[in-house]
Design a protein around this ligand. Structure first.
Ligand SMILES: [Zn+2]
Length: 256
């Protein structure tokens, strides 16, 4: 299905309730089927709510299983289309479920938790880099799948800067700073966190903005799933730095 067909599939449907925003540690959920489209052994499935994080904001899609009595879908891709989440995968058992049918879902937790740790580590690196060079950093993009990196505007940092960044990150992870989510109106966001990165890039006029705060470090508008404490990141290792025209990619990963 291309973007056009996906838009048709979700046309007229209400926005999906994103349950991972309420609790990023939940692994199973129940939901009602709103619409589906079968393509051979594959299925596109829209539910009224989901724990599957779609591929967006640098996060790869969650994978997992959605099932009901006699039906089982192995979820491989999750798309976000105009506020509606579309699950896509292979039918492993049974036929297409009907609208209104109750299903239960479970996400592959190991990968999700790694992405949560990588995502919070990415925000921490933003802070450590900006602290080290003494000015704000601007992220161009990030990818929390394999290989994991953040791309920043500007010239690549030298070895001295990188080792200072690593040192600061190690210390903060050891200290175990708290991480929490705030939901703010635009006026609250700009008055409370005027330093928040990429404020100008946010869509205007939303009823609220979701901000991820690392205690004493930074507050970043973000739609992703995060850990509750920096100590959960474990070991954070900086990898290669790849310089391109006007930006550089800083590769990193997290280990137990
Ligand atoms: Zn983020």
């Amino acid at each position: 299905m291309d973007r056009m067909d996906l838009a048709k599939l979700v046309h007229g449907l209400p926005k999906t309730k994103l349950s991972f925003w309420e609790d990023s540690y939940r692994r199973t959920f129940e939901a009602s089927v709103l619409r589906s489209h079968r393509d051979g052994g594959r299925l596109y499935l829209v539910l009224d709510e989901t724990l599957f994080h779609p591929k967006m904001g640098g996060q790869p899609a969650d994978t997992g299983v959605i099932r009901s009595e006699g039906f089982r879908l192995r979820v491989r891709k999750v798309m976000y289309v105009s506020g509606v989440v579309v699950h896509f995968g292979r039918i492993e058992q049974g036929a297409e479920p009907s609208p209104g049918e109750r299903v239960s879902g479970s996400i592959d937790w190991d990968m999700r938790y790694k992405v949560m740790r990588r995502h919070t580590a990415g925000h921490l690196l933003d802070y450590c880099l900006s602290e080290t060079i003494g000015r704000p950093v601007y992220t161009v993009e990030s990818w929390l799948g394999d290989p994991c990196y953040t791309a920043y505007k500007g010239a690549a940092p030298n070895e001295t800067v990188l080792s200072k960044v690593q040192e600061t990150a190690d210390r903060l992870i050891r200290e175990g700073r708290r991480v929490w989510i705030e939901s703010l109106r635009w006026s609250e966001l700009v008055s409370r966190y005027p330093e928040a990165p990429n404020l100008f890039r946010l869509p205007k006029g939303l009823p609220s903005y979701r901000v991820v705060v690392i205690d004493g470090c930074n507050a970043v508008p973000c739609s992703g799933t995060h850990v509750k404490d920096l100590s959960e990141i474990g070991r954070l290792n900086l990898g290669a730095v790849e310089e391109s025209k006007g930006f550089f990619k800083l590769y990193y990963d997290v280990y137990p």
